[in-house]
Design a binder for this molecule. Structure first.
Ligand code: SUG
Length: 448
C-alpha cells in the first residue's frame, strides 16, 4: 500500500504579534514590541503550503486558535463582559493580555507528537497533544488543539487521540519539535527518536544553566508508552545543555531527520556517537540503512544555526530517493550557512536541492519552516479517512487566501490587542474558517 508523509501547516492566526513571550527563544525576545503584519504572516505561510503542494507533496492545513483567549483571562480573575475582561486586563496586566492574544498555535510542530500506525501496538495513528507547559501563552493551546486534531482525524478505527500530559514542568512536553521518526518507507515500521532537554526525576542528567529545558525525558517516555511503541523502535537522546543556553529551545532548531537521514549540528546532542550507533542498529532491524549528515561547527556555528534556522528546515523525500531542503530566507543571508548549503547540495550526497522561502513574519518570533508543520505519516487508507476539508488543494488555497485578505489586519501592536473589536473580528473570521475547513464547532465561542 502507498504511504505518505503529510505536512499539516499551521495557518497563522489574525492576532499574530511580537509579544516577547518566550524566554530562551532569541528571536522572540529580540523582536519584542515591534509591530507585526498578521496578513503578510498568513500569506507567507499559505504560499509555502501551496508551493509544496505544487511540487507534488501531500499538504494539509491546521486551523489557528481563538484569540484573545477570554476564557483564559477569566480563569485569572478578570470579569464582566468580554470587552470588560479585555479592557481590565489591558489596564492592570498587559503581559497577560498579550499572552492571551498570542498566535503561537501556528507553530504546529509543537501541537502534538504523532506516531504512525506501523509503529504502534494497536495499528492506529496516535496523537498526544503537547502540554507546552514551559510558557503560559503556549500552555493554553492544548484543549483547542485536541478538538481541532479530533475534527481532522475523526475516524476512531484509524486514529487514537491522547490528552496532553499532566501540566507540570516535570512532564514538560513540546510535541514533535523534539521528536523525529526514521524509516525506510513511511508505511513501514520505523524508529522514533525522542530528544529531551533534562530529566525531571533523575539528577544524574545535566541541565542548562541559563535558559529552560522545555522537554523532559519523563514526558517523552510517557508519550512513547501512550502510543504503544516497542522498546526496539525508540531511541532517547539528550540535547546538549550548552546549546539550549545558546538559544536552541527546541531540538528542531539544531537537527532535522527524514526517511533514513539525520541532518544535525556537531554540538546538538550529548553522547552523539552512542546515539548514532543506537539509531543505526535499531533502524537496521526494521530494514533501514541509517545515514547521518553532521554539520561541523567549523563551517556553521551554533549562533549561525540559531540566527539562520538552517536546521529548522523541512527535509523532504523526492520520488527518486534524493532529498530536498526547505529553508528560510535567513539561510541565504548568512554567508557561512549559504556557502555550506552550496557545498552540501553540490557534493552528490542525499540532500540534492535547497529551496528558499520568505517566512520573515514567523521567523521574527522564532518559527521557521519546520516549526510551521506537523508531520503525519499515513498510508492510503488512513489518508482517505482524514477530514478532506483540511487537505490542501488549489481551490482551498484560493479560499484561504481570500479569507485572509478579507479578515486580517496588516499591522498589529500592543495597543491593537486591547481593542475589544479585535475579538469580534477574530471570532467572525474563525467561524467562517471552520466552515471552509469543515471542522464543525471547535472553538470555545462556538461551544459555550
Ligand atoms: O514556543 N515562539 C514560539 C516558537 C516555536 C517554534 N517552534 C519550533 N521550534 N518547533 C515558542 O517559543 C513567541 C511568541 C511571542 O513572543 O510573541 C513564541 O511563542
Amino acid at each position: 500500500m502507498k504511504s505518505y508523509e503529510v505536512n499539516f501547516d499551521g495557518l497563522v492566526g489574525p492576532t499574530h504579534n511580537y509579544g516577547g513571550l518566550s524566554y530562551g527563544n532569541v528571536a522572540s525576545q529580540s523582536n519584542s514590541q515591534q509591530s507585526s503584519n498578521p496578513k503578510e504572516a498568513a500569506l507567507q505561510g499559505l504560499a509555502k503550503m501551496k508551493a509544496l503542494m505544487d511540487m507534488g507533496f501531500q499538504q494539509g492545513v491546521l486551523a489557528p486558535q481563538e484569540r484573545p483567549d477570554v476564557a483564559a483571562l477569566r480563569r485569572l480573575g478578570f470579569a464582566g463582559s468580554d470587552a470588560q475582561v479585555i479592557q481590565q486586563a489591558a489596564k492592570e496586566a498587559m503581559p497577560l493580555l498579550v499572552a492571551s492574544c498570542s498566535a503561537s498555535s501556528m507553530w504546529v510542530a509543537n501541537a502534538a507528537t504523532v506516531s504512525p500506525s506501523a509503529d504502534t501496538a494497536d495499528g492506529r495513528v496516535h496523537f498526544t497533544a503537547a502540554n507546552l507547559n514551559c510558557k503560559y501563552h503556549r500552555s493554553i493551546e492544548h484543549p483547542t488543539t485536541s478538538r481541532v486534531l479530533g475534527a481532522m482525524f475523526a475516524n476512531q478505527h484509524h486514529f487514537a487521540h491522547h490528552a496532553a500530559l499532566p501540566a507540570v514542568a516535570q512532564f514538560g512536553d513540546e510535541g514533535a519539535a523534539n521528536h523525529t521518526r526514521f524509516c525506510r518507507a513511511y508505511g513501514e515500521a520505523g524508529v522514533e527518536f525522542f530528544v529531551f532537554g533534562r530529566s525531571a526525576f533523575d539528577t544524574r542528567y545535566p541541565a542548562p544553566q541559563k535558559y529552560p529545558a522545555r522537554q523532559t525525558l519523563e514526558a517523552s517516555q510517557a508519550v512513547a508508552r501512550l502510543h504503544g511503541l516497542r522498546e526496539e523502535g525508540v531511541v532517547y537522546a539528550q540535547q546538549n545543555p550548552s546549546v539550549i543556553d545558546q538559544g536552541v529551545f527546541h531540538n528542531d532548531v539544531i537537527a532535522v531527520g527524514n526517511g533514513e537521514v539525520l541532518f544535525y549540528h556537531e554540538d546538538a546532542f550529548l553522547e552523539t556517537d552512542k546515539m548514532l550507533a543506537e539509531l543505526s542498529s535499531k533502524l537496521a532491524k526494521v530494514g533501514g540503512k541509517f545515514q547521518s549528515v553532521c554539520v561541523p561547527r567549523s563551517a556553521v556555528t551554533v549562533d549561525d544555526a540559531v540566527r539562520s534556522y538552517l536546521f529548522n528546515s523541512q527535509l523532504l523525500s523526492r520520488p527518486d530517493g534524493s532529498m530536498l531542503l526547505i529553508v528560510p530566507e535567513e539561510c541565504r543571508s548568512n554567508e557561512r550557512v549559504w556557502q555550506y548549503l552550496q557545498g552540501l547540495t553540490g557534493a552528490g550526497g542525499v540532500i540534492r536541492e535547497v529551496k528558499v522561502f520568505d517566512l520573515k513574519q514567523s521567523m521574527q518570533n522564532g518559527g521557521g519552516p519546520a516549526c510551521l508543520r506537523l508531520r503525519v505519516a499515513l498510508n492510503e487508507t488512513e489518508l482517505a479517512a482524514v477530514n478532506p476539508g483540511v487537505i490542501m488543494t488549489a481551490p482551498l488555497y484560493d479560499s484561504l487566501t481570500q479569507w485572509v485578505e478579507r479578515h486580517y489586519r496588516d499591522r498589529m501592536t500592543e495597543n491593537d490587542l486591547a481593542d475589544p473589536q479585535l475579538l469580534l473580528e477574530c471570532r467572525g473570521a474563525l467561524d467562517e474558517l471552520t466552515q471552509i475547513l469543515k471542522l464543525g464547532a471547535v472553538y470555545p465561542f462556538q461551544i459555550n
